[in-house]
Design a protein around this ligand. Structure first.
Ligand SMILES: NC(=O)c1ccc[n+]([C@@H]2O[C@H](COP(=O)([O-])OP(=O)(O)OC[C@H]3O[C@@H](n4cnc5c(N)ncnc54)[C@H](O)[C@@H]3O)[C@@H](O)[C@H]2O)c1
Length: 302
């Protein structure tokens, strides 16, 4: 269906994010884009795609329809992130939802996957986007959602809080061994930042939560798996994506971008009005258990 028609019909239905203003870092691609799409479907008034990719960003905003627009933003540069938040407020009067989805995985090599040869400059590069960028996102969203910490209960007064901040962590920040050191440490840190921030933000009427997705074949993850598998050609990308979809544990379902987007809708919405400091793990149970692979005797053939 053509983009414009889809958005017009969605706008006619009352959604769970009716009238809200949302900013999505990393909104030009993958999970951020999927969330932006779902936010609009759920009635958001405006969704700002704040991304470093100035080519893809405007294209995606166009594809998402008139409620989406793009601002260039590098989350690793605080002034750039602050300017994106300020632009959202200048244009729409306020910010209700901030989804920090911008992230990088970094290269895969012994310099990132073996401690003895760990390259700390590469570590810093991933941390500056994933952790510093997320922290800066929380900081500047808070600045506009709860303008004065001195005001007790700076929220909107109806018990729903002054805003919802959502940060994309990962199952690589729930269990060790699933990602490189820079990526895994950065994702553990994001879940920690959310807990630390919730302590202060609860008193300001702002909710802050994390989502920890299982593997979804976005450009980031397909690229990473392709490298792990020896760098298949573009023609093999569909095969790599199919392989990633087949990795899950939950029978009868695969983890898709829309599953993460719907988790973001929930945390952004007033359905989650009393949920803060939570890490919503969307992994089909993957990080919840291990099998012991007990050596059960095999039944003798009769
Ligand atoms: N896809 C998965 O399986 C998966 C699983 C767990 C967590 N995540 C997390 O979800 C988030 C989104 O990843 P994705 O899979 O959609 O990847 P993606 O590469 O499709 O999208 C990431 C987006 O972030 C943007 N970005 C990168 N650096 C930026 C910067 N400095 N400033 C602003 N924007 C920047 C990119 O341009 C891109 O549009 C990331 O934080 C990632 O770690 C993804």
């Amino acid at each position: 269906m053509a983009g414009g028609d889809r958005w017009l019909s969605a706008a006619a239905n009352k959604g769970r994010l009716e009238g809200k203003i949302a900013l999505v870092t990393g909104g030009a691609s993958g999970l951020g884009k999927a969330a932006a799409h779902e936010f609009i479907q759920e009635g958001a008034h405006a969704v700002i795609l704040a991304d470093i990719n100035s080519k893809l960003g405007p294209e995606m905003a166009h594809e998402l329809g008139p409620k989406a627009h793009f601002v260039h933003c590098d989350v690793a540069v605080e002034d750039s992130l602050a300017a994106a938040v300020d632009a959202a407020v200048a244009r729409h009067g306020r910010l209700d939802v901030m989804l920090n989805s911008a992230g990088v995985v970094g290269p895969l090599s012994p310099a990132t996957s073996q401690l003895a040869s760990l390259d700390l400059d590469q570590f810093d590069a991933v941390m500056s986007v994933n952790v510093r960028g997320t922290l800066a996102g929380i900081k500047h969203a808070t600045r506009v959602m709860a303008p004065s910490p001195a005001i007790a209960g700076a929220g909107d007064g109806d018990g729903t809080g002054g805003g919802s901040i959502i940060c994309m962590a990962s199952i690589s920040g729930v269990l060790g061994g699933l990602g490189t050191y820079p990526y895994s440490v950065s994702k553990f840190a994001i879940a920690g930042v959310v807990k630390a921030a919730a302590a202060e933000l609860s008193r300001l009427g702002v909710r802050v939560n994390a989502i920890s997705p299982y593997a979804v074949p976005t450009p980031m993850v397909v690229g990473q798996f392709s490298t792990m598998l020896g760098g298949p050609t573009v023609a093999d990308e569909a095969q790599v994506a199919a392989m990633i979809r087949g990795l899950g544990e939950l029978r009868g379902a695969t983890c898709e971008a829309v599953d993460i987007a719907k988790a973001a809708v929930y945390l952004a919405s007033d359905d989650a009005k009393y949920v803060s400091g939570h890490n919503l793990v969307v992994d089909g149970g993957f990080t919840s258990y291990k099998n012991m692979n007990l050596p059960f005797p095999t039944k003798q053939q009769e």
